[in-house]
Design a protein. Structure first.
Length: 129
């Protein structure tokens, strides 16, 4: 489910684009599945339909979505693109996490220790949540 954080410094457009990419690469939106209509999503998220349209067009140009005249937007992504996107999104999230943590005054050692502890608590076959 897509959510917008109005208090976030990240623009609504970028929040939405990242969440849709995450949904696609995680399998929440499988290949060839129909995305919510622009109007439906704008109503659900209470944001301007032009923002949704812009995100969909951008994702189409990046190869994540395909527009089908009269039918809407559908997920279009090959496995190698999924793997590449997963790595890119991980790097973006790590950069954001590291920047915020440093702003809070944590040292690199504290970050590594915290992450190591969290990873040790996860079963090997469980996804990190």
């Amino acid at each position: 489910m897509l959510k917008i954080d109005a208090g976030s410094p990240v623009p609504v457009y970028e929040q939405l684009k990242r969440q849709i990419k995450l949904g696609i690469v995680s399998g929440e939106y499988p290949p060839d599945s129909r995305m919510p209509s622009i109007r439906q999503l704008a109503s659900q998220l209470t944001i301007n339909p032009n923002t949704i349209a812009k995100v969909y067009r951008q994702l189409e140009s990046e190869g994540f979505l395909q527009s089908r005249t009269g039918s809407g937007f559908f997920v279009r992504l090959e496995q190698e693109h999924i793997d590449e996107t997963r790595k890119m999104l991980l790097a973006e999230m790590a950069e954001e996490f590291i920047s915020k943590s440093i702003e809070l005054g944590f040292t690199p050692e504290e970050l590594i220790n915290t992450i190591s502890i969290k990873l040790e608590r996860k079963p090997a076959n469980d996804k990190i949540k």
